[in-house]
Design a protein around this ligand. Structure first.
Ligand code: PLP
Length: 462
């Protein structure tokens, strides 16, 4: 399993950005190497060995890359923001006990949006005071669970406030609240992952902000500690984040003028990552610097004491750390049209291509440097024509049994996965320094039947 540390040759078949200070800009995990036999390895574990040992499809997470991105956020905030700051991992990107534990150990906080994500955070070792609860339709139970653990609730709408007021008699003290509002900022990303424009289901409309802030002055059960806005995801532009700082600073001035002790300004997440060689996102450092400078300037212009700066990266923290391994199966050449190469997973383990037309980069695990002289379309195994993972991918001729590595699958793959066609979810292994550890077991077909109930009158005995 332990492999040589020869760096991946940077020229073929795609450019590998080796700038270690900006891990979100690398297409491959930081520990991607060729082993002594020219096979791809991650964390000094040969990928095709992992496929054999754990089966496919398999999610592989590189601990070095994950820790490096956490540190990149932490250090950039310390470098560029003169006040207190905290990066909060948006766990919707990939929620598990192991990731929670790593992120907590790196000193980050965590954002959750459901009881399931909250429980994962608690059991993964994240302190309640470092967690925020989001959601545009939180249940009474989710709100009660959050407050009982000292989690800060991000109030998204009047319903949140009504439910919290009902629950308030059981609170040990005032609940920590943030207010989320839509900032009215447009940015260029897929319509489904854009949240900052006014026509969004998330957050209070900005026209209502003053009314909400005034209402909260009459709620002794609440302590308004922060303001939040998020403009979307997979964003490469920096200007919308600058604009957001000004909008948030106006809201901060208003909230403080009404007597709220607001300490936290939460700018959300959204920094994009490189999925294909042509993607050119800003580095974590450049993003943090832009946000930090814009917040400092907006506060100075308004004469505001600097708030604690919070940001909520999801994708840019975990995407590049993850790859998915598939085994190649059937091949269907359609003369003059295309050649389909099918793999043993697809839209159930990675719904992003069918949902957002997302693009990815892939290599053969054991022949990464071979001439890519065939163009194929990599299809999943689900009963859906649109179940295509990579279109028009240049690959060396691949045959059944080859292992395909798809890069940058650490975010919004496992967490958005499904059991479509009753296909069990893949396992996840964490690799570091030549060892691989299972951190999520592979689901078994029998697991999928666990919650089915067959009423006796429907039993067909014929
Ligand atoms: N914060 C909030 C409120 C979100 O809705 C999201 C996801 O869209 C994030 C943070 C994380 O965004 P990203 O994964 O783009 O960093």
């Amino acid at each position: 399993m332990v492999t040589s540390r020869e760096p991946l040759a940077p020229s073929r078949p795609f450019e590998v950005d080796q700038d270690l200070s900006s891990p979100n800009r690398n297409l491959t995990p930081l520990t991607t190497r060729l082993d002594g036999e020219g096979r791809l390895s991650l964390g000094d574990c040969t990928l095709s060995d992992l496929a054999r040992r754990y089966g496919t499809p398999l999610y592989v997470l590189d601990e070095t890359t994950l820790r490096a991105t956490c540190r990149a956020y932490r250090e950039a905030l310390a470098r560029h923001y003169p006040g207190e700051a905290l990066a909060i991992y948006a766990s919707k990107a990939n929620s598990s006990l192991a990731i929670t534990a790593l992120v907590a150990a790196e000193g980050l906080g965590l954002d959750a949006v459901s009881a399931g994500e909250l429980l994962t955070a608690f059991q993964g070792g994240m302190a309640g005071e470092r967690i925020v609860l989001h959601g545009n339709n939180k249940s009474r139970e989710e709100l009660a669970l959050a407050v009982a653990h000292g989690v800060t609730v991000v109030a998204d709408n009047w319903r949140d406030l009504e439910l919290l007021a009902e629950l308030a008699p059981s609170f040990p003290g005032p609940a920590r609240l943030m207010l989320r509002f839509t900032p009215g900022i447009e940015c260029h990303t897929h319509e489904y992952i854009r949240t900052g424009h006014l026509d969004s289901k998330f957050g209070f409309d900005p026209d209502q902000l003053e009314a909400v802030l005034r209402h909260l002055t009459t709620c002794p059960w609440a302590r308004l500690t922060g303001l939040h806005a998020h403009i979307g995801s997979q964003i490469f532009e920096l200007q919308p984040h600058r604009d957001l700082a000004a909008v948030l600073a106006d809201a901060l001035a208003l909230a403080r003028s009404l007597g709220h002790p607001v300490e936290d300004l939460n700018v959300g997440g959204g920094l994009g990552i490189r999925y294909v060689a042509s993607d050119d996102p800003p580095s974590i450092d450049a993003w943090v610097r832009t946000v930090a400078e814009a917040v400092v300037e907006a506060c100075r212009e308004r004469g505001l004491v600097l708030p604690r700066l919070l940001c909520e990266p999801g994708r840019s923290l975990v995407a590049t750390a993850g790859v998915t391994l598939y085994e190649v199966g059937s091949r269907k050449p359609i003369p003059g049209l295309r050649t389909y190469l099918s793999v043993d997973g697809g839209m159930s383990d990675n719904p992003r291509p069918i949902t957002y037309q997302s693009q990815y980069t892939a290599l053969l695990a054991d022949r990464p440097m071979a001439e890519p002289n065939e163009t194929v379309t990599v299809a999943g195994k689900h009963c859906e024509s649109g179940d295509v993972l990579l279109k028009d991918l240049a690959l060396p001729p691949a045959t059944a049994g080859d292992v395909l590595v798809v890069f940058a699958t650490g975010a919004y793959n496992a967490s958005m996965g499904s059991n479509y066609n009753r296909i069990p979810r893949p396992a996840t292994v964490l690799v570091a320094e030549g060892s691989a550890e299972l951190v999520q077991r592979r689901e078994q077909p029998e697991d999928l039947l666990r919650y089915d109930v067959l009423p006796s009158r429907l039993r067909y005995l014929g």
